[in-house]
Design a protein around this ligand. Structure first.
Ligand code: KG4
Ligand code: ZN
Length: 339
């Protein structure tokens, strides 16, 4: 990748983020995470878009300052076009379009999920790029997919969730345990000192490479209702074991399908992307898989490039720019942007 300077902007959900990329190196990656949603147990779309409006200018300014570049030096502006929350996407899209027009710079609309997948091409933090084709498990708050990445422009979904996403399963389970949103990182935290075998939750039986997490959610709910009826302090007394057991089940479901996809495709280069790829148990299971399969190369990004960030938008913009793909001022945000 040549040394072009790309400004990336991400605003698809509850993180306002801006990044500056030179070549494959991130010079700045500034993210403002909206904490306002914690009290509501999930992202409130209207509050999210208002917070994006408030933060987008200072976040972009800080990214430019941190990167120690002039905004005039930027070669192109990449932004998340979708999928995501419409009100949130509109803020980033309008800002990027306005900036591109004012500076007379090329504009590049990016697919959020493809950006998670291409985040592995960032070379900061000792990260090494996967080689094409690779198999990518993408696990976020809204998506769970297994994708064959033939190259940066050609990605094929071979498995996906038929109901909840893996991150959603973490967040909903956490909510049942009385933990605030987003619960995934808290389940990870409490689960570290718990026994993953303490409780057993339903394992879905879904054909091929697809996933389902709604049965698991119901299984956790019924189990908790039964136990709390017997002892109102059940959750508090068993929080660590509950978190470890839930985490064990979710990560097992993910690993099982990823291993199946690896066997089916024969692809030996594997990557895992999205917020849930920060999970310590998932990382431990991937490490164990790698240890017993020396033919595999498993890539897990540095945590700052797993959860929503503009660095992944910038690197995806760089790939598109290199392929000659830019957009005009007619481009608009699309909450359900097709693959
Ligand atoms: O990729 P991401 O930041 O945003 C979306 O595109 O959705 O993913 C957010 C999801 C949330 O569901 C959050 O709970 C989950 O990633 N997550 C985790 C961890 N860190 C973030 N889940 C489990 N363990 C973690 N350590
Ligand atoms: Zn995401």
């Amino acid at each position: 990748m040549n040394k072009r300077l790309i400004l990336g902007i991400e605003s698809s959900c509850d993180d306002t983020s801006a990044a500056v990329l030179r070549g494959t190196q991130i010079l700045a990656n500034i993210t403002h995470t909206q904490l306002i949603h914690e009290a509501y147990g999930g992202v409130v779309p209207e509050l999210a878009s208002r917070a994006h409006i408030e933060h987008i200018v200072p976040v972009v300014k800080r990214a430019i300052e941190t990167a120690q570049v002039s905004i005039k030096e930027i070669d192109a502006i990449a932004f998340t076009q979708g999928p995501g929350l419409m009100g949130s996407l509109v803020v980033g899209t309008s800002f990027a379009k306005g900036l591109a027009l004012a500076l007379n710079k090329p504009l590049i609309g990016v697919h959020h999920m493809k950006a998670h997948i291409l985040s592995h091409y960032i070379t900061n933090e000792g990260m090494t790029a996967p080689s094409f084709p690779y198999l990518c498990l993408t696990v976020s708050g809204g998506h769970t997919q297994i994708v064959v990445v033939h190259d940066a422009m050609n990605m094929e979904i071979i498995g996906k969730t038929i109901d909840d996403a893996a991150g959603e399963a973490f967040d909903k389970a956490a909510k049942m345990l009385g933990l605030p949103y987003p619960g995934g990182p808290l389940i990870d935290h409490y689960g570290k000192t718990g026994n993953p075998m303490a409780f057993t939750f339903a394992e879905p039986n879904i054909p091929e490479l697809n996933f389902s997490f709604s049965g698991l959610k119901t299984s956790i709910l019924y189990f908790l209702q039964k136990e709390v009826a017997k002892d109102p302090d059940f959750v508090a007394l068993n929080l660590n074991d509950l978190c470890a057991s839930i985490q064990h089940r979710i990560t097992e479901i993910l690993l099982k399908k990823l291993k199946k996809a690896q066997l089916q495709t024969g692809i030996t280069c594997i990557a895992v992307s999205g917020g849930v790829s920060v999970n310590s148990e998932l990382r431990a299971k991937l490490q164990a898989w790698q240890a017993t399969n020396p033919k595999l190369t498993i890539h897990v990004a540095h945590p700052s490039y797993c959860t929503d960030n503009a660095a992944m938008v910038a690197i995806t913009g760089a790939f598109l720019f290199e392929a000659g793909i830019t957009h005009d001022q007619q481009i608009s945000a699309n909450a359900k942007l097709p693959w």
